[in-house]
Design a protein around this ligand. Structure first.
Ligand code: FES
Length: 79
């Protein structure tokens, strides 16, 4: 394996930043949601995502809605 291939593999392993301005990854957002941050504005405040230019806000909201559906679904299964 050459250096270029290794570089591509490492690039894929790095968490993708959803918010470029504040360097916030999807993993950070998901981890916060699953640790109890169940309000979109609180998620933005706590992670700092979408607090500068705001162009990532739709993605942050999509991730929030997706993860909240998962949490709701898991909660429904338990009840
Ligand atoms: S990309 Fe998230 S605030 Fe600019």
């Amino acid at each position: 394996m050459d250096e270029k291939e290794l570089s591509e593999i490492y690039a894929r392993m790095r968490p993708k930043n959803i918010c470029i301005c504040r360097a916030v990854s999807e993993k950070t957002l998901v981890d916060l949601i699953h640790s109890g941050v169940h309000d979109l504005e609180e998620l933005r405040f706590r992670s700092d995502a979408s607090m500068k230019c705001g162009s990532c806000y739709p993605q942050v909201r999509t991730i929030f809605n997706r993860e909240m559906k998962i949490i709701q679904s898991e909660s429904d299964k338990q009840n």
